[in-house]
Design a protein around this ligand. Structure first.
Ligand code: BDR
Ligand code: CA
Length: 319
């Protein structure tokens, strides 16, 4: 499976990239503003490919601001650099000589089986769909981290990636492309407490030590800001499902992005009403379908133990 990771690294974006590079054919990383400015997150993407020995994977720089909103960053979670916790050297690897939006369009048009894994605001993906609508037919799947079935984190109703650029999210969710979506209700359960971070540190390699230092920073932020017990590993969920779908329970739902609400702008409004209609019992003529046809597979549960086994085994395979 050919994959492009599109993110705003970002501690958990980093883990998404590291998982994808080992298990899937990662044909590129594209960056978008989000956790920090575009300049900072792009520098972080280059730092990550350098410390992990992945410099053959092209990194393309994308959109510096959302489609409509003003930019909004998350220094209280990811620090001033967007990847605080371990001082990494200034990167020397050059960027791809193409804008991320053109990179996505060209790779999708050249191949038949590209899956996109967005782990930041959906600005690059929406811009690519607007610039070259034919990509909608060609993309196999979009597996994304964003939204929530329950509570938000940026606001009571909205999750950060969607809240930063709700109009872009609306373009993506209305594109007709098969979508898998991982929201806070599940990704907060992929929680690295002190015990999981210690498991990573005990691997003892340079890469594992850097990752453990970074996760200690991220974990401390989430404990301070949200009172959580550990680091929510949101973004690698969107990759883990492509490696081992049985780690998650997914359910088809119709998802709309709230663009107007006074208190709910950026909320993912998930139609849960179909949850008992599976592909088996849908064949029954008696099924009464209310609302719109599902446009996404929404994660509702995670096997945390198997998720961490996959993640930690993968980290152990880096030197
Ligand atoms: C999302 O926001 C960012 O802080 C994380 O990297 C993740 O993609 C969680 O709301
Ligand atoms: Ca992210």
């Amino acid at each position: 499976m050919k994959v492009i990771c599109d993110g705003d690294p970002g501690h958990d974006d980093m883990l998404a990239f590291l998982l994808a590079a080992k298990h899937l054919e990662l044909i590129g990383i594209t960056t978008v503003m989000g956790n920090q400015s575009l300049e900072k997150v792009t520098k972080n993407a280059l730092k990550i490919v350098e410390f992990a020995g992945l410099t053959s994977i092209p990194v393309a720089k994308g959109m510096p601001r959302p489609l409509v909103n003003e930019p909004l960053y998350a220094p209280e979670i990811h620090g001033e650099t967007g990847l605080d916790g371990h001082a990494l050297p200034e990167p020397t690897t050059p960027l791809a000589d193409m804008h991320a939006v053109d990179f996505i369009i060209s790779r999708v048009m050249e191949n038949d089986d590209v899956t996109l894994v967005p782990t930041g605001p959906l600005t690059n993906i929406a811009a690519a769909l607007i610039k070259e609508p034919r990509i909608a037919e060609k993309i196999s799947c979009i597996s994304l981290m964003g939204g929530s079935l329950t509570y938000g984190n940026s606001t009571p109703a909205a999750e950060f990636n969607i809240y930063v650029d709700p109009e872009a999210a609306a373009v993506v969710f209305r594109s007709g492309i098969p979508i898998k979506t991982f929201g806070l209700n599940v990704t907060r359960q992929a929680e690295a407490t002190e015990a999981e971070v210690e498991r990573i540190r005990r691997i003892g390699t340079p890469v594992a030590t850097i990752v453990a230092d970074l996760l200690d920073f991220y974990r401390t932020s989430l404990m301070r800001v949200f009172g959580l017990k550990g680091a929510s590993l949101h973004d690698p969920c969107a990759v883990a499902v492509l490696i081992d779908p049985s780690i998650f329970v997914m359910q088809p739902m119709h998802v709309e992005i709230e663009l107007k609400g006074e208190f709910t702008r950026g909320m993912t409004v998930c139609d849960y009403r179909h949850r008992r209609l599976t592909s088996d019992n849908l064949q029954g003529k008696d099924a009464v379908i209310r609302g719109k046809k599902p446009n996404a597979e929404v994660a509702v549960a995670i096997d945390k133990e198997r998720f961490f086994d996959l993640l930690i085994d993968t980290l152990a395979s880096y030197r």
